[in-house]
Design a protein. Structure first.
Length: 419
């Protein structure tokens, strides 16, 4: 059996992959192996499964057959078996007798066998996975049952939040979005969730409408057509979903509204930058927990250190299967200001910063007043370099996928992916 920790690292290596969330469904798993039970438990506790209702038990297909003689099958039934091909097919034929036609069945087996895979799919099984499994593979398999196979892959959500106000989080979010769209050629939408005081429009020198305010005010009405109207285009591959910075409309933001909007946005572009305001509310916490990547910007002083620590602790705990939040130290080296040295700051948090950006009032000030990006104002500046490198790291360009084979890397993986 594969070592659990090693397996985790292996999957995390494929950083660019976005694993979708699972809708509000009932999932029953009948495992036949302790490792699968653990992976299933980890999957059930993951943020992407928070809407699903999951029950897990041992006993494999035989237990499932017994249970469903007396009760209806759930939306998704996951059964594990150690049996050889013919035996497994016979067990499943028996299960089929008690299984409702609209229940989607995922079979976990221990044979990497394409013939078996094809036969199972022919018989109506939704998916065949080979143990040992990582929790994210299980989540991906369930999520895939509810996704249109013809749809584009889901966009990756990168959330930027400041450890305190005014640390430069929004500036970095906008510059990251700009770099990804212009230099990496990736279609990007920047969503500015700071409805009253957001600066996305200003920083790109764009007249923005009340796009994000309208969207959050009526999340269930937002569809593809409406979204197109709410966006402000500000580059070949870059659009803003922002507000115009007026304070006469009060919108009570609900986590559900943010979730709905981001779900639509991520079906449209591969890269979504979310500028999260520096405050604390249930919807902020939710947005950070559900993001695919979180960037915390801090300045080298005590309040930032304390808040960054609290944020990192919370996010690590709530997102055990995701990359740890990234730390950016910004405005380092303000003249005459006593600062916590970068190394000490990093040590206190137990996190190495992904970028250390110097205090540069000339470049940042000019960029802010002209509505320009740092790369345009000071292309050779240390800040521009740091932003470029940060952007490439976040976009997964600096960590080429290692040759390590994931479970979905073999022949069966290719078959699974082709469907
Ligand atoms: N490295 C830097 N050197 C100098 N000025 C900077 C630097 N980074 C950001 N700034 C400036 O600091 C100000 C605040 O930046 P920004 O609005 O991006 O911060 P924020 O964390 O989003 O603030 P808020 O809490 O208001 O949302 C801006 O004027 C910006 O130009
Ligand atoms: Mg901001």
């Amino acid at each position: 059996m594969m070592n659990q920790a090693a397996h985790t690292t292996e999957f995390a290596g494929s950083d660019r992959q976005v694993v979708a969330t699972v809708p509000r469904v009932n999932i029953h798993a009948f495992c036949d192996n302790q490792q699968t039970v653990q992976a299933m438990q980890a999957a059930a506790a993951d943020r992407r499964m928070s809407r699903a209702h999951v029950t897990i038990q041992l006993g494999g297909i035989a237990a499932a057959i017994q249970v469903y003689q007396a009760q209806p099958t759930p939306n998704v039934l996951i059964v594990e078996s150690h049996s050889q091909r013919d035996m497994l097919l016979a067990e499943l034929a028996q299960l089929a007798q008690v299984c409702a036609p609209n229940t989607k069945v995922i079979v976990i087996g221990h044979l990497n066998d394409v013939v078996l895979y094809r036969e199972l799919i022919r018989q109506g099984v939704s998916e065949y996975l080979v143990a040992p499994l990582h929790q994210l593979q299980l989540i991906e398999a369930v999520a895939a049952l509810y996704r249109d196979p013809k749809a584009e892959p889901l966009g990756k959500i990168t959330a930027f939040v400041g450890a305190k106000g005014g640390v430069g989080s929004s500036t970095l979010a906008h510059n990251f979005g700009s770099y990804v769209s212009r230099n990496l050629g990736v279609d990007t939408i920047i969503t500015d969730l700071d409805l009253a005081f957001g600066t996305a429009g200003l920083n790109f020198n764009q007249e923005t409408s009340q796009g994000i305010v309208d969207a959050l005010g009526q999340p269930d009405r937002v569809d593809q057509t409406l979204l197109d109207r709410l966006l402000t285009k500000c580059g070949d591959k870059l659009s803003l979903l922002a507000s115009s910075g007026t304070i006469d409309r009060e919108v009570n933001i609900e986590a559900h509204a943010v979730e709905t909007i981001l779900e639509i946005v991520r079906h449209n572009v591969p890269s979504i930058v979310v500028d999260v305001p520096n405050m604390w509310a249930p919807w902020i916490k939710y947005t950070l927990i559900q993001a695919d990547d979180v960037v915390i910007t801090a300045t080298p002083e005590l309040a930032s250190l304390r808040n960054a620590k609290n944020l990192i602790d919370l996010l690590k705990q709530a997102r055990p299967n995701d990359h740890a939040p990234r730390l950016v130290l910004n405005q380092v080296g303000v003249p005459k200001r006593p600062e916590i040295p970068v190394a000490e700051f990093a040590k206190a948090l137990g996190v190495e910063p992904v970028a250390v950006i110097p205090y540069d009032p000339q470049v940042f000030g000019t960029a802010a007043s002209n509505g320009q990006m740092i790369a345009d104002v000071g292309p050779k500046s240390k800040a521009a370099e740091a932003i470029a490198s940060l952007s490439r790291t976040l976009a997964g360009q600096e960590t080429p996928a290692k040759g390590g084979k994931s479970m979905l890397g073999g022949v069966l993986g290719k078959v699974l992916r082709k469907k």
